[in-house]
Design a protein around this ligand. Structure first.
Ligand SMILES: [Ca+2]
Length: 372
């Protein structure tokens, strides 16, 4: 068993690998349409494609249990009993498979799924109800209420869609029966690490692992945190002595703010500035843009360094660093933006430009509606 330090490193490496897949998402809200997720949740509730497969007898599960005993002092008999009560979830396997490629990416269509009347209304009600906690998070972590609201809205429609799968079932299924894809080994390693974190989290909080519900990928609660993120970044923001991202919207609010704060969020810094290409939109331009996106998920360039490819007419400060964001619109013109460290803090949450921009837009629209 790896030491916890090397495990963290391994998790980071895998996360970095996953970053190259723009479709990777832990949250139910961010990867699937709400309709699809609801259908699948209903299926699981009906036991469709769900069965007991005696996980405890699987060779890899047995090795994993040995590691949990060695590294963390788990009771092997109790673990084996738990894995025997764990179900294989066929729908998690189906949902985790990458979307078929070939369809052009379409930012406007993506945005329309999240910035829509039902979610805006739910956001206004959520903001009213938790205005105090949102203000406290803003003052403590420097993250504006509208960003926290936008993120929780995109992830779970403010807690209305947090996923109905037993986390023990989905994480075990994905950790040991991941579908045959080019990244299978890395993904199984990722989910084994999440399962390890999950079992530790349940044990340390004295909670029955089978009581946790989540998305098909094991993401939990209003902010759809994976267990590893809960252990690292979640906070008890309502002060009741425990962290509960499913039952306490206030804990969810504080945890999102803490997550963003620890991923580079800077108080009072805008997220994006509109940009215009300085060269004709062409394959050559795409190549030039891609060259500015090799630095990973961070703002790395001055306005001066970017001006060969794009510029902003806005009031972007000259002393900051930016990244070049392209939001493709199918056959229509691509949108360009300069993203600051704060844009990339959101992109760390779910490694997709579309995701980060929809959080920003949903929060902005709800904020504007609230100000009326
Ligand atoms: Ca709490």
């Amino acid at each position: 068993m790896k030491s916890s330090k090397s495990l963290t490193l391994a998790t980071l490496l895998i996360a970095t690998t996953l970053a190259s897949q723009s479709s990777f998402a832990a949250g139910a809200g961010s990867k699937n349409s709400s309709k699809k997720a609801r259908t699948q949740t209903a299926l699981a509730g009906d036991q469709g494609g769900t069965e007991y497969v005696h996980f405890a007898q699987w060779k890899d599960v047995s090795a994993f249990m040995d590691q949990m005993v060695q590294a963390h002092g788990f009771d092997r008999n109790k673990l084996a009993a738990d894995f025997d009560n764990t179900r294989y979830i066929e729908s998690a396997i189906k949902l985790i498979k990458p979307a078929p490629s070939g369809r052009p990416k379409n930012w406007k269509a993506y945005r329309a799924r999240f910035v829509e009347p039902k979610r805006i209304d739910a956001g206004l009600a959520f903001w009213d109800q938790y205005a105090d906690a949102l203000a406290r998070a803003e003052s403590q972590y420097g993250v504006p209420a509208e960003i926290i609201v936008g993120l929780i809205g995109v992830e779970s429609i403010f807690g209305r869609m947090t996923g109905g799968f037993r986390v023990m079932d989905t994480l075990t299924t994905l950790a040991f029966a991941y579908p045959d894809t080019p990244t299978r080994e890395a993904r199984m390693e990722f989910f084994r690490s999440e399962l390890e974190n999950f079992l530790l989290m349940a044990r340390d909080s004295g909670t029955d692992p089978f009581s946790y519900k989540g998305s098909y990928a094991g993401a939990i609660g209003l902010p759809q945190f994976m267990p590893g993120s809960i252990r690292k970044f979640a906070v008890d923001f309502d002060g009741d002595g425990k962290i509960d991202l499913s039952g306490s919207p206030v804990d969810a609010i504080g945890s999102v703010a803490n997550y963003l704060s620890l991923h580079g969020w800077k108080k009072s810094l805008p997220t994006v500035f509109p940009a215009t290409l300085a060269i004709p939109d062409s394959d050559a331009a795409n190549g030039a843009i891609a060259a500015y996106q090799t630095q990973g998920l961070k703002a790395s360039y001055t306005l001066d360094e970017l001006k060969a490819v794009a510029s902003t007419a806005g009031d972007a400060p000259g002393n900051l660093l930016y990244g070049l964001i392209d939001l493709q619109n199918g056959d229509e013109a691509t949108e360009y933006w300069f993203g600051t460290d704060n844009f990339y803090a959101i992109a760390q949450y779910n490694r997709s430009f579309f995701y980060a921009m929809s959080v920003i837009d949903l929060g902005r629209v709800i904020g504007a509606a609230r100000a009326k």
